[in-house]
Ligand binder design. Sequence first.
Ligand SMILES: NC(=O)c1ccc[n+]([C@@H]2O[C@H](COP(=O)([O-])OP(=O)(O)OC[C@H]3O[C@@H](n4cnc5c(N)ncnc54)[C@H](O)[C@@H]3O)[C@@H](O)[C@H]2O)c1
Length: 265
Amino acid sequence: MRFTDKSIIVTGAGSGIGRAAALLFASEGGRVVVADKTEGADETAHLITQAGGTATAIRIDAGLEEDVIRTIALACNSFGGLDVMFANAGISGGMANLFDTDVALITEVLRVNLIGPFLAIKHAAPRIAERGKGAIVLTASVAGIRSGAGSPAYSASKAGVINLAAVSAQQLTGSNVRVNAICPGLTETGMTKPVFDYAREANKMDRVGRLNPLHRGAQPEELAKVALFLASDDASYVNGQAIAVDGGLSSSHPVTRQEYGKTAA
Ligand SMILES: NC(=O)c1ccc[n+]([C@@H]2O[C@H](COP(=O)([O-])OP(=O)(O)OC[C@H]3O[C@@H](n4cnc5c(N)ncnc54)[C@H](O)[C@@H]3O)[C@@H](O)[C@H]2O)c1
């Protein structure tokens, strides 16, 4: 029960990693503002209250400043302040290559994926600091670490999120507000549903995640648990970091690996 009576905002909580995190926060006693642009927000809040937890839903665009301010006000008015902000909402923006990416596309991807977390930090940090301590967690991606896991627009946006965690942790010196990011690898969520659906239909699930040493994709709860760790006092000395949660994908250059227990041919 690491979050008993803590006031927590999760954006992108209508699906995937955000929903899993909202459910886990609530199961550990947190009072959760479930923010999403879709009706998934209401569904997640319903799941939490059905299980005996405390949640309130809000429909927002996480990349719009007035909506971020409105969400933080809801948390402060409903739960007496703010302790944790999980800025997780994001869009893939498709797989357009550099030359097929127009300015409108990259602007929208950056608005949601990078300006969203920027606004979350800018407006949440002062409220969290008022409590004496707390945490902000951002969702970046392995795509933000290096090439090969997303479009140029998506990858650039997530690289920005990784840097934002570092810079804002420094800018919050003395506030006792920590900022960290998670970098998910391929995770089964709304965003990646077509990949997993196709693999299941084609009986090719063994190929999903085969580039990482665990040979599988992640489930949203595996990401949510790391977000909760970073948001909790268990991570009281972790600050300004981006933690890859990718089955080991980003820990290697591309090489032909030798399987454990098998000798080289
Ligand atoms: N699934 C993966 O493999 C993977 C890998 C790396 C990073 N991520 C990141 O994880 C985060 C969560 O995504 P997910 O995989 O759970 O996908 P998802 O599509 O299941 O969930 C994302 C949620 O964010 C919401 N959302 C999107 N834009 C929004 C906006 N402007 N305002 C408010 N809500 C908005 C969506 O409605 C959705 O409910 C994203 O930031 C994504 O980029 C996912």
